[in-house]
Design a protein around this ligand. Structure first.
Ligand code: BJW
Length: 248
């Protein structure tokens, strides 16, 4: 394993096809909290069992819905940083550069990346909890800023069940189409850049290992080592906002 950033830059420069796997660290410099960073991570203040499972939602829909509404309002105020813009430039240089993201904040698209695969859904999509009937974002946005600590979610107009965020909670399967596209993107790539993920949540955490098994070169960009680091071809100890602009 190399820790030389120049090696990473050279490998990306020479690769005809590059794919990206991003996690919460990608958005940290835009002001979106990660999940597992000590002190600042969302799970350092909240227990995922109370907020990121369907049973938590059914037990306390007000609490869970309000938490997601709060996060939606926050991500609507933030901007993609220079690292995001660098990935847009990389797509221009290389052609299709699939970005497989675990993030639900929509910042890759907002920056202008066109080939984004959202493994864990999106904070801007809503549906009902019983039958997954879609619910309009505009009707949810009307509730942002309503002065109430814990707001009841709206009801589905078709079946009357609660409206929930269109994200993937623990114990739920990932969207089949996103899975297929993500695994294909990694299979087709010469280099996979793994940016800002602790690589502990499955099945996303399998992707870098799958890439290695297919002979794809894997470069990890993260200020902290992860359990995947020993398997990376290059570990670039840096933030996304510092490293990615250097690559392009
Ligand atoms: C920087 C930085 C900077 C900081 N620049 N970097 C196999 C083994 C064990 C368990 C399982 C398994 N297969 C499935 C499971 C169960 C479970 C799981 O993985 N559990 C593990 C925690 C043990 N997986 C699931 O349940 C998944 N579903 C599934 O497998 O379905 C099949 C099934 C069904 C029924 C039964 C069994 C199987 C679904 C997972 C859904 C995850 N959902 C969440 C919430 C989404 C909604 C929301 O946003 O609220 O997704 S959890 C949370 O973790 C979120 C993230 O996408 C995900 C990954 O986190 P990520 O992105 O890695 O963030 P962090 O915070 O962990 O790491 C940040 C990193 O950034 C750190 O490394 C920092 O150092 C770094 N960083 N600043 C660059 N500036």
């Amino acid at each position: 394993m190399s820790i030389d950033p120049q090696r990473a830059i050279e490998l990306v420069r020479q690769a005809p096809r590059v794919a990206i796997l991003s996690g919460a660290g990608m958005s940290a410099e835009s002001g979106v909290p990660t999940f597992r960073d000590a002190l600042t991570g969302l799970w350092s203040n909240f227990d995922p069992k109370d907020l990121a499972t369907e049973s938590a939602f059914r037990q306390n829909p007000r609490r869970v819905f309000s938490w997601y509404l709060h996060r939606l309002a926050h991500v609507r105020r933030v901007e993609p940083h220079a690292g995001y813009r660098a990935l847009v430039a990389l797509e221009r240089q290389k052609g299709a550069t699939p970005i497989v993201t675990q993030n639900v904040d929509g910042l890759h698209r907002q920056a202008g990346s066109r080939n984004v695969i959202e493994l864990h859904g999106s904070l801007t999509s809503f549906c009902c909890v019983d039958r997954r009937h879609p619910f309009p974002l505009d009707d949810v946005l009307k509730l942002v800023g309503v002065n109430s600590e814990e707001l009841a979610p709206p009801r589905c107009r078709k079946c009357g069940s609660w409206i929930r965020p269109g994200v993937v909670w623990f114990g739920e399967t990932l969207p089949a189409d996103a899975i297929t596209r993500a695994w294909k993107a990694v299979e087709d790539a010469d280099v996979l850049l793994v940016i800002g993920t602790s690589a502990v949540v499955y099945p996303a955490a399998d992707l870098p290992l799958y890439a290695k098994s297919k002979g794809t070169t894997v470069i990890e960009i993260n200020p902290e080592p992860t359990s995947f680091t020993p398997f990376a071809d290059v570990f670039w100890k840096a933030t996304a906002g510092a490293a990615l602009p250097e690559i392009v």
